[in-house]
Design a protein around this ligand. Structure first.
Ligand code: IPE
Ligand code: IPE
Ligand code: MG
Length: 230
């Protein structure tokens, strides 16, 4: 069983287009899938579920779509807070969610604070997240420390960088799932995925249900992890 599963939740737009619906309808349906995945992960005994909700590149979308996504995040954090509490799920954020404005940011922080003591599952939501920016920020911090003489540049190793990433307090990533048939990482958890098992499925995110989640877990169980050994 993987301890830490991450999902690139892709395909909301295509799901809506196939139904001749506006893209926002796909995002709305996708938000329901998040709750299902959370439930499936908790039931399966996964410790951490990390979901890519908005990338640092998603600002390239139309103003309208970005506003719709922000509206959904706001709605979701309000409505799902009770679910998180009931299911004993702890919410954590990675990325730079401050960019969505104070109102949403404050609501998110409140949800993080109110679920901090929960221990059944940790749901990590990546909001305005970009893996390269995350790594660059760690490098900047280490360079600053080195310039101030606080650390020896030669002592900078994988551990030093990993401990400055936003995922520093999470177990190593075991399984990374991407839906919708795209086979790329789109700037998600590049460092953390070093030895993750990758599962790509054609299923569009709004159609991704408990059975699909369990199928990905079964695929993971069939993999032989070697970590460079034999
Ligand atoms: C993923 O679905 C959700 C976000 C990126 C916010 P998309 O909106 O990327 O859906 P497609 O790829 O256009 O189908
Ligand atoms: C990745 O999906 C980001 C999220 C799922 C939030 P995209 O749909 O933005 O990725 P690309 O543009 O197809 O690589
Ligand atoms: Mg997409």
């Amino acid at each position: 069983m993987p301890r830490h599963v991450a999902i690139i939740m892709d395909g909301n737009g295509r799901w809506a287009e196939r139904r001749h619906l506006p893209r926002v309808a796909g995002h709305r349906a996708g938000a329901e899938s998040v709750r299902r995945a959370m439930q499936a992960a908790a039931d399966a005994g996964v410790e951490v579920l990390t979901v890519y909700a908005f990338s640092s590149e998603n600002w390239r979308r139309s103003e309208e779509e970005v506003a719709d996504l922000k509206g959904l995040m706001r709605y979701y954090v309000e409505r799902e807070l009770e679910t998180l509490k009931r299911e004993r799920v702890k919410l954590k954020l990675i990325g730079e969610p401050g960019a969505f404005g104070n109102d949403l940011y404050d609501r998110l922080q409140r949800a993080v604070a109110e679920t901090a003591a929960n221990d059944r599952l940790t749901l990590v939501v990546a909001l305005n997240y970009g893996s390269q920016a995350e790594i660059a920020s760690a490098a900047r911090e280490l360079a600053g420390k080195a310039a101030r003489g606080e650390i020896d540049p030669h002592a900078i190793d994988e551990q030093a960088i990993g401990s400055l990433l936003q995922t520093h307090d999470l177990p190593q990533l075991d399984l990374l799932i991407r839906t919708s048939g795209e086979v790329r990482l789109s700037n998600f958890l590049l460092w953390q995925a070093a030895y993750a098992e990758l599962v790509f499925t054609e299923t569009l995110w709004p159609d991704f249900d408990e059975a699909a989640f369990n199928a990905a877990l079964a695929e993971f169980a069939r993999r032989q992890r070697r970590f460079g050994g034999r």
